[in-house]
Design a protein around this ligand. Structure first.
Ligand code: VAH
Length: 326
């Protein structure tokens, strides 16, 4: 009989995905059963006032253990990471947080016999040698960023803990994630979030990637759906564990701009690539998520048109109310 997830800790709970994942988990499991943790950034009032919050450093094992004991944690969603762009500015910090953090979470899961842990990977695990179109789930993983190196190493480490110690760890390779609640911090796909805020606020955007740069992407509701569905899947039926390709769409910066212009005709974009262009060029145009569809029934709900309409509807309303916070 599979043990139930009851007392949950989220690391990186102040981040783009972690902040919305925490609120969704609190809705499902009860506010007091979901501990949100961050490193230094102050949580939003919504996050802070809706349930327990603690500051920890995932690269320090003792802080992870202290939270597991203090809150009787049985499940961990490990969302804290240094992303691709910041990781290239400080690769040593990226390795320390991403690798020591993941190692500490895996060791804690083994030693405390936790029910389940979620350790996400990313399409950043792929590199320029990987087939770029409809990238297979099982293929060449030779990333050229430190972030990508930590994602591949993290996948291999998680798989070892499944096979060697029977730890129940699951994860999916997130594409770029688009959302309106918490701005992303330090990624290469961040343009696909900023463009919406700039379109609503300034009717113009200076994009740091080329117009024809195409990347796999997903709207936040689908990101949360994939995370919940994978964590609730029957582990005994999974052939893969923590390296599932998931995606909802692929689009270029120019295609996203054109979709926004359907709603804001006066919107204009200029393209001035920076160091992040080389990172984006090493990633796939599109990925094949058929393995996730077969093994645990993955199916996204949002395409480019539906996501764009929803993002602009929410942001335009907030802007009109003077609450865009951007
Ligand atoms: C980044 N948003 O840009 C992250 C993500 C696929 C990209 O891992 O680094």
């Amino acid at each position: 009989m599979a043990r139930e997830m009851k007392r949950i800790m989220v690391t990186g709970a102040v981040g783009q995905i972690g902040s919305e994942l925490t609120m969704a988990l609190r809705k499902k499991y009860g506010n007091d059963n979901v501990l949100a943790t961050g490193h230094k950034t102050q949580p939003s009032p919504t996050l802070r006032d809706s349930g327990p919050f603690e500051f920890i450093n995932v690269s320090k094992r003792e802080t992870v253990d202290a939270m597991i004991k203090k809150y009787n944690i049985d499940t961990i969603y490990h969302m804290s990471a240094i992303l691709s762009a910041v990781g290239e500015k400080n690769p040593q910090l990226c390795w320390d947080v991403n690798m020591n953090g993941t190692y500490n979470i895996l060791e804690a899961a083994r030693e405390h016999n936790l029910v389940r842990i979620f350790v996400p990977s990313s399409i950043a695990a792929f590199g320029p040698e990987t087939p770029r179109v409809n990238t297979p789930n099982d293929t060449i993983l030779k990333p050229k960023t430190m972030y990508g190196v930590t994602k591949v190493a993290g996948e291999l480490l998680c798989d070892y803990y499944v096979r060697r110690f029977n730890v129940d760890v699951r994860g999916c390779r997130y594409p770029g994630i688009i959302s309106y609640e918490t701005l992303p911090g330090g990624g290469t796909t961040d343009y696909a979030v900023a463009i919406f805020f700039e379109a609503v606020k300034n009717k113009s955007y200076k994009c740091f990637l080329k117009e024809d740069t195409r990347l796999p992407m997903m709207y936040m509701p689908d990101c949360l759906k994939a995370t919940f569905d994978l964590m609730e899947a029957d582990f005994s039926k999974l052939k893969h564990h923590n390296d599932f390709n998931v995606t909802a769409m692929s689009f270029s910066a120019g295609e996203l701009a054109a979709e926004i212009k359907k709603h804001i005709p006066e919107f204009t974009v200029t393209y001035e690539p920076d160091f992040r262009q080389a990172i984006a060029d090493s990633w796939p145009d599109s990925i094949d998520d058929s393995v996730a569809r077969e093994e645990w029934g993955w199916a996204p709900d949002y395409d480019l048109a539906k996501m764009t309409a929803d993002m602009l509807s929410v942001l335009s309303k907030r802007h009109a109310e003077g609450k865009l916070n951007y």
